[in-house]
Design a protein around this ligand. Structure first.
Ligand SMILES: *Cc1c(COP(=O)(O)O)cnc(C)c1O
Length: 444
């Protein structure tokens, strides 16, 4: 058994013993604190010979303040893409100059705030640069970049492929006249000093990402040559290192990523450009798991179904796109010890009111029974941290854990949402609004 699974099983047993999982707490997310620190260390080590690099964690992959604070403490910066994520990053204690704002549709208010605080921002398009022209205070400390789409093509998951011909992101570089317009945009703005690309996420092969980033490097050289001065001083390479969801092995590694980039363009990481990275999934996915109680088991049409509390509210992508986002599921007894009986095919379903709410179809697992636990592995990024509010299911609790010696300690990252809180965010304070407000029928 791998160390990762060993630690998971120690944590699971103790979580049951401590009452973090059980009858009244049917689902929770767990984050391995030491694992997160080790992943950050591996990232820094892989880029060790790049003199000036800011590794900005993509907040959307785990938008939880204590996790962001842990990452800040471990030496990360933070990439944000919405007003909410900017707030989380500031609240987590990231210095503004270590925050990079990439919202794809920035409002004037978002731009103004970033420029006032000194947060770096990457314009998505040339029209956004014009907004920045109008809003940028003289002497703003913000590094400003322009996102480009190298249009090198997509990976195996269309929705995760950002460098396709028609992608909504960045300036589409291969479109007629685009390169000239980009060069001109830099020529007119001496404060525009960064190029940004995020070639893709899960499903994008490393050579494709590397080809896209080599294109960005060539463009930087072209801009500076055209201007006859050194204006582009940093390259923001985005994130997107794929994660292996099939077993505990970390592959590809950050070292593989650096090798692929260097193979595609030897000068890319030679230190002439300051480098920013924006990894999300690869830092957190394997450092988290979801555990849920089996509420009932039943048979339907000759098929065994386990009804659990882990469904689309915590595994949205897996439920809606099962071929693209398969998850490993393991079976444990009510006390958190592994079930070892002979495997039988079972559907692992969730608690939501729609038929497709199944996280694993016909999966071979030891026969589950009421009160057992299921674990969804590698769900530390984009799963329980970004729940879906369907059926008004409360957001599950998230706990950090750290295995020390044979024991394990827990810290609450996010308490489970209460039903009162669900009601409050569903308009409770405006309860009578439609009876007494302007929408009410006027008395005739
Ligand atoms: C989502 C995103 C990332 C992070 O992607 P991962 O696949 O989680 O590493 C980085 N940069 C941008 C612009 C993104 O949209």
């Amino acid at each position: 058994m791998s160390l990762r699974t060993g630690n998971l099983e120690i944590a699971l047993r103790q979580a049951v013993a401590d009452g973090l999982l059980g009858e009244d707490r049917p689902v929770a997310g767990f984050v391995d604190v030491r694992g997160v620190r080790e992943s950050v260390a591996a990232l820094h080590e892989a880029f060790g010979r790049v003199p000036d690099v800011l590794h900005a964690f993509a907040a959307k992959a785990c938008p939880l303040v204590p996790v962001l604070r842990l990452l800040a403490d471990a030496g990360m910066g933070c990439e944000v893409a919405s007003p909410g994520e900017t707030r989380l990053a500031l609240d987590a204690g990231f210095a503004p100059e270590r925050i990079v704002l990439d919202s794809p549709a920035k409002t004037r208010a978002e731009i103004r705030e970033a420029l006032a605080l000194g947060i770096a921002l990457n314009a998505d398009n040339l029209a956004e640069l014009e907004r920045i022209d109008a809003l940028r205070p003289a002497g703003s400390a913000s590094v400003v970049g322009l996102r480009v789409n190298p249009q090198v093509g997509g990976g195996s998951i269309g929705a995760m492929s950002t460098a396709t011909a028609h992608s909504k992101f960045g300036v589409a570089l291969r479109d007629p006249g685009a390169r000239a317009r980009v060069v001109e945009a830099f020529a007119r703005r001496p404060w525009l000093t960064r190029l940004h690309a995020h070639v893709g996420s899960q499903g994008c092969p490393l050579p494709l990402i590397a080809e896209g980033l080599a294109t960005v490097h060539r463009l930087a050289e072209e801009i500076d040559a055209h201007l006859g001065r050194r204006q582009v001083t940093s390259l923001d390479l985005g994130g997107g290192l794929p994660v292996n969801f099939a077993d505990d092995t970390v592959t590809p590694t950050y070292a593989d990523y650096v090798d692929a980039l260097t193979a595609a363009e030897p000068a890319l990481l030679d230190g002439r450009y300051r480098v920013v990275t924006e990894f999300g999934r690869s830092l957190l996915a394997k450092n988290g798991f979801t555990a849920a109680v089996v509420e009932y088991v039943k048979d339907a049409g000759g098929r065994r179904v386990a009804l659990t509390h882990a469904g689309a509210q915590v595994a949205t992508r897996t439920v809606f796109m099962p071929e693209s986002w398969p998850l490993r599921v393991s079976a444990y007894g009510p006390d958190g010890t592994p079930k070892r009986t002979a495997p039988v095919p079972q559907d692992i379903a969730g608690p939501l009111c729609f038929a497709g709410d199944v996280v694993a179809h016909g999966r071979s697992l030891p026969e589950l029974a009421e009160g057992d636990l299921v674990v969804l592995h590698d769900t530390g990024a984009y799963y329980f941290s970004a729940p879906w509010a369907y059926n008004s299911l409360p957001r599950p609790a998230v706990y950090g854990f750290q295995v020390r010696g044979g024991g394990v300690g827990f810290a609450t990252v996010r308490p489970a949402q209460t039903v009162r809180e669900v009601s409050a965010e569903s308009g409770l304070a405006q309860r009578d609004a439609l009876l007494t407000g302007p929408a009410a029928p006027s008395p005739s």
